[in-house]
Design a protein around this ligand. Structure first.
Ligand code: GTP
Ligand code: ZN
Length: 373
């Protein structure tokens, strides 16, 4: 760790998730800080000196121009250089432990990020991914297919997934049945029924954040993500979400912090990008993310071209002439295989269990004529 850090500050850094292995990556003379929010060319960070605003240094700008994955994002640990007049420059981006990447199948390897260089990192250094799916929503019980898709995204990030069946207060007898179903699609993954309204299970969630772990909550709109984060945060944190960010010239702006430090320990990353992850399903996601490749593929001679060895394949031609990185086609193939596999799994299970499920839903709905989520 840099010698500029006074010992009494290390505890507050630890509360942000800082540890020895991050410290080992920090270049000498730089101040460690964690990115709470980014905007064009600068980051709001949390450090032992409180919230700061730091502009990207030349090296960070150069590397990000070559590969957008090298752009700082919320959750990143960075090294700051102190400039004159109390200003700070973001000089080093420390290797990421985990990363949520949009626009490619990027995996985290021991040496940091590897994989698709076209990606955009949505969140970094997430330890726990809470996959939130309501026990009961307006027209149906928990969507097991969605849980599977979100689990796939969680595993992809490198973080540890935990399934939360939210709004458990809305179901009674069928809870046990639902939890068995959830367990069947989430082998080896902890799964809990929780209610942010009654508080049931919220302590278990809190337990997963001990040791200043960083979490994201994935789930569809209305899954209860905000309510859960508020329950975890308590009232105090609503104030601390407002960062007083100074740019060193006496101008101050109040910004919404996307890295939330919870009063009871642990952190939650909540950004619009992370929220949207739960919205589209995997097939749509593949199309959206590979729009450029689809455009090229539209020029293939055969409509059902597999871009393997077909004559007149525009995709292979684009790889040949260097306009399309080969890695991008590999990622595309991989994601399509995953999507097909998941769809087939969901369909098979759905056919088998739909009948049983609807029996239970109807029974439940007759019984509970109360508030719908
Ligand atoms: N009964 C019950 N309702 C809940 C619970 N948690 C959340 N809700 C309700 O569900 C609705 C949606 O909750 P939110 O927390 O806003 O959901 P969200 O996932 O943040 O939704 P987006 O902001 O659209 O992504 C709200 O009306 C909540 O009051 C719960 O544990 N039990
Ligand atoms: Zn082709």
């Amino acid at each position: 760790m840099s010698s500029s850090i006074v010992p009494s500050s290390s505890s507050s850094l630890a509360a942000l998730g800082w540890d020895d292995s991050f410290a080992a990556e920090l270049p000498d003379g730089l101040l460690p800080a964690r990115v709470a929010r980014v905007d064009r060319g600068a980051a709001e960070v949390l450090s032992t000196e409180g919230p700061l605003r730091a502009h990207y240094g030349a090296r960070v700008r150069r590397e990000a121009a070559a590969d957008p994955v090298a752009l700082p994002c919320v959750g990143d640990w960075v090294g700051l250089r102190r400039l004159a007049e109390g200003r700070f420059e973001l000089e080093a981006l420390l290797p990421r432990r985990t990363a949520f990447v949009r626009g490619g199948v990027a995996r985290v390897s021991r040496g940091g990020l590897s994989g698709d260089s076209q990606g955009q990192v949505l969140a970094a250094n997430v330890d726990v991914v809470f996959v939130a799916e309501p026990a009961l929503h307006a027209t149906d019980t928990a969507d097991l297919g969605r849980i599977e898709r979100l689990l796939a995204l969680a595993w992809e990030s490198g973080a540890q997934p935990v399934v939360l069946l939210t709004k458990a207060d809305l179901v009674r007898e069928s809870l046990e049945f639902l939890m068995r179903e959830v367990a069947s699609v989430a082998p080896g993954v902890d799964a809990y029924a929780i209610s942010s309204i009654t508080g049931e299970g919220v302590d278990v969630v809190r337990g997963h954040l001990q040791g200043a772990r960083t979490a994201v909550v994935l789930g569809a709109s209305g899954a209860g993500k905000s309510t859960l984060v508020n329950a975890l945060a308590g009232t105090e944190v609503m104030e601390t979400q407002q960062v007083r960010a100074g740019d060193g010239r006496g101008r101050h702006t109040t910004v919404h912090r996307e890295l939330i430090v919870l009063a009871g320990g642990g952190l939650v990353i909540d950004t619009p990008g992370i929220r949207r992850i739960g919205l589209y399903d995997m097939n749509e996601g593949v199309d959206m993310v590979f729009a450029d490749l689809e455009e090229i593929a539209a020029r293939c001679r055969f409509g059902d071209c597999r871009h393997d060895s077909e004559p007149g394949c525009a995709v292979l031609a684009a790889i040949e002439d260097g306009t399309l990185p080969e890695r991008r086609l590999e990622s595309w193939n991989k994601l399509q295989r995953e999507a097909v596999w998941m769809a087939s799994r969901s369909d098979a299970r759905l056919r088998k269990e739909l009948q049983n499920k609807w029996k239970i839903i109807h029974k439940e709905m007759r019984k509970t004529g109360r508030n719908r989520p």
